[in-house]
Design a protein around this ligand. Structure first.
Ligand SMILES: [Zn+2]
Ligand SMILES: [Zn+2]
Length: 113
């Protein structure tokens, strides 16, 4: 079982272009390929009302322990080439999910649409 790291909702399996887990409350998605986590960090469920924004999420989510990927840090002064990441479906369901990153070196956060 997988729980949403943002609002602790139980994720449901859904099928889009690939299988993935999805949160019905805040649209967090967890693509199923490669990395699996068993120790999901569950934050306070302050977003369960649905009144949160993507920026709220990036400020509050525990990125530590999320899967990491090769990504050039958004901070030009940092040589970091690896970042924690999570994906959220913050636009319509047909669009690719937005990816949020946190540099593993300097903790800078950024996102790509
Ligand atoms: Zn959620
Ligand atoms: Zn960095």
């Amino acid at each position: 079982m997988h729980f949403c790291p943002f609002c602790a909702t139980l994720l449901s399996l859904e099928r889009s272009t690939t299988f993935r887990y999805a949160c019905a409350t805040c649209r967090y998605v967890y693509p199923i390929h490669g990395v699996h986590r068993h120790d999901v960090v569950v934050p306070q469920s302050k977003f369960a009302s649905g009144a949160m924004t993507a920026d709220d999420l990036t400020d509050s989510v525990a990125m530590q322990g999320q899967p990491t990927t090769e990504a050039r840090c958004a901070n030009v002064d940092c040589p970091g080439m690896q970042a924690f990441y999570v994906q959220m479906q913050i636009r319509s369901a047909d669009e690719p999910p937005t990816t949020f990153y946190e540099c593993t070196r300097c903790k800078t956060r950024w996102r790509t649409d």
